[in-house]
Design a protein around this ligand. Structure first.
Ligand code: ADP
Length: 500
């Protein structure tokens, strides 16, 4: 059998039906689209039917009353009812049935008129209008309109055949026109419905496509949004990475500069050391040679004194260098022992109070203890503490030409606060941050030359670090300096108690 289904829309051209759920949708679409047309059509038909009722006065003759009853009492109320019902909600459910019934009732009314007055073309023309209006005007769908048309035709013929006075010629002529009108009406109705259905199908397809486009758009927007978020986070990572690299680069540059600086300092230190060692060595050897040539005992003592001084300086220098190399090779260890701290400060005091430079310059040396003699037994590395205090007091002596030096410690919050204060030459702010660096002394060439190695503070700082302390400097150029460090130590309770 030939496939009568429209391949594009899936519409069966024979039954005029969609095979799927579109059929139900089409019916409501068709209803919505046709409701107004149907209302207007029925309004017009009501008028026409009424006007034709007026014409009945010319053509109906003896049947005028009957015809007017058919028109005004039966058909017209039905038409008006359709108009009224078209405003109700439930109209959608039965509107096609109602139109079908209206078609038949109006047709039967005219059939009666045609049969009763077969010679009058006025009524047979009216019949033609019924066929055409029923098919294409009132909104009845093709199938129902066709069925109603055929029923009308059959009824007309059945009633005509039962009328003895009916002429066969008139019947034939009427049938000829009626069938023609019915077929033309069906043809128009068929194509009207086909177009309506195709239109509807296109409308559905467009809606579907639109939905697809909208969902594709939404998807696209979502994807773009996700991409943007991803790109943003990647960008941030990149920024962070770039920043990290910049930081690493800066650190590398700094490390390189530090390495170059340290290398320079080391070379300078070595050069300086050889000079520093050679100076006292020359002094020792030179004056040792002169010993034999001393003119008197005084001169001999003077030479011996010079040799001794140079020897001491050389010893200091060598001690510093040995300490430094011990620190650098990591073999230097902290040896804790119990000792009397006040005795240590006294020893340092004694060491410097008779220092020639101090006496000659009239510099007053004083010290203070933060703990009583009975409570000052502590446990820590005595040798290192003494070395640090000697370094600091020694520096204060070295860099003070007049005034006073005060040193000692206080005891606050279980911590020993050591300090060495002087009224010496001071250190300018820029150099303060460098004084604890090794070999730094060699770069500080703006101060009067003194016997120095440039290692004392660096060594002291390293010792303190090993013992858990830290050293600081406060200084004002030309006014004096204060070096201080904090140390938390253990107390030798046993000895402190015995002392009590
Ligand atoms: P040195 O005294 O042997 O040069 P230090 O490491 O002890 O080495 O000191 C480093 C530098 O710090 C000294 O060269 C000096 O310039 C400065 N300095 C240290 N103590 C004082 C002080 N009390 N007053 C002024 N300058 C000081």
């Amino acid at each position: 059998m030939k496939n009568r289904t429209d391949s594009a829309s899936g519409l069966n051209r024979f039954t005029l039906h969609f095979s799927d759920q579109r059929e139900m949708k089409f019916r409501s679409y068709y209803f919505e689209k046709t409701r107004l047309t149907t209302r207007v059509a029925f309004l017009l038909l009501t008028l026409l039917y009424g006007v034709f009722g007026y014409l009945d006065t010319y053509w109906a003759g003896d049947y005028l009353v009957q015809f007017l009853i058919i028109r005004l009492a039966i058909v017209l109320p039905l038409f008006v009812m359709v108009i009224g019902l078209s405003f109700t909600k439930s109209f959608r459910k039965y509107w096609q049935t109602l139109l079908f019934i209206n078609y038949l009732v109006a047709a039967i009314g005219i059939i009666i008129m045609v049969v009763l007055l077969p010679q009058s073309s006025f009524y047979s023309n009216g019949m033609m209008l019924v066929f055409l209006a029923g098919s294409v005007f009132i909104g009845l769908r093709f199938a129902l309109a066709s069925v109603a048309g055929f029923i009308t035709l059959i009824l007309y013929n059945l009633i005509s055949l039962n009328m003895p006075e009916m002429s066969l010629a008139v019947m034939m002529t009427n049938n000829f026109f009626f069938v023609g009108a019915l077929l033309i009406g069906m043809f128009a109705s068929y194509y009207n419905e086909i177009f309506n259905r195709q239109n509807f199908d296109l409308y559905l397809q467009i809606a579907k496509k639109q939905q697809e486009i909208e969902s594709a758009n939404a998807n696209l927007e979502k994807k773009v949004e996700q991409r943007t978020i991803l790109l943003d986070s990647q960008n941030q990572e990149l920024y962070a990475e770039v920043e990290r690299r910049i930081q690493v680069e800066e650190e590398l540059i700094k490390a390189k500069e530090d390495a170059i600086q340290s290398e320079k300092l080391k070379s300078a230190f070595l050069a300086n050391m050889s000079h520093e060692i050679r100076t006292p060595m020359n002094g020792i050897i030179g004056f040792a040679d002169l010993l034999n040539e001393a003119e008197d005992e005084n001169e001999l003592n003077e030479f011996i004194e010079i040799i001794k001084k140079n020897g001491e300086h050389l010893l200091n220098l060598i001690n510093d260098i040995i300490d430094l190399s011990k620190i650098e090779s990591g073999i230097l260890k902290i040896h804790n022992q119990s000792f009397n701290l006040n005795q240590l400060t006294k020893e340092v005091y004694d060491l410097f109070v008779y220092d020639q430079h101090m006496v000659e310059a009239g510099i007053a040396l004083t010290y203070e203890n933060g703990l009583s003699n009975e409570q000052c037994h502590i446990i820590t590395d005595r040798t290192r503490i003494k070395q640090i205090v000697i370094n600091l007091v020694g520096n204060a002596c070295k860099y003070t030409d007049e005034g006073s030096i005060h040193f000692g410690y206080t005891f606050i919050n279980n911590t020993l606060h050591f300090f060495v204060r002087d009224t010496g030459i001071g250190i300018d702010e820029k150099q303060q941050e460098h004084v604890f660096e090794r070999f730094m002394q060699v770069t500080l060439d703006n101060i009067p030359k003194r016997e120095s190695t440039g290692l004392g503070l660096a060594i002291s700082k390293t010792y303190l670090k090993m013992m858990g302390g830290d050293i600081k400097v406060k200084s004002q150029l030309g006014k004096g300096s204060e070096f201080s460090f904090k140390l938390t130590v253990e107390f030798d309770d046993e000895k402190n108690q015995i002392q009590e």
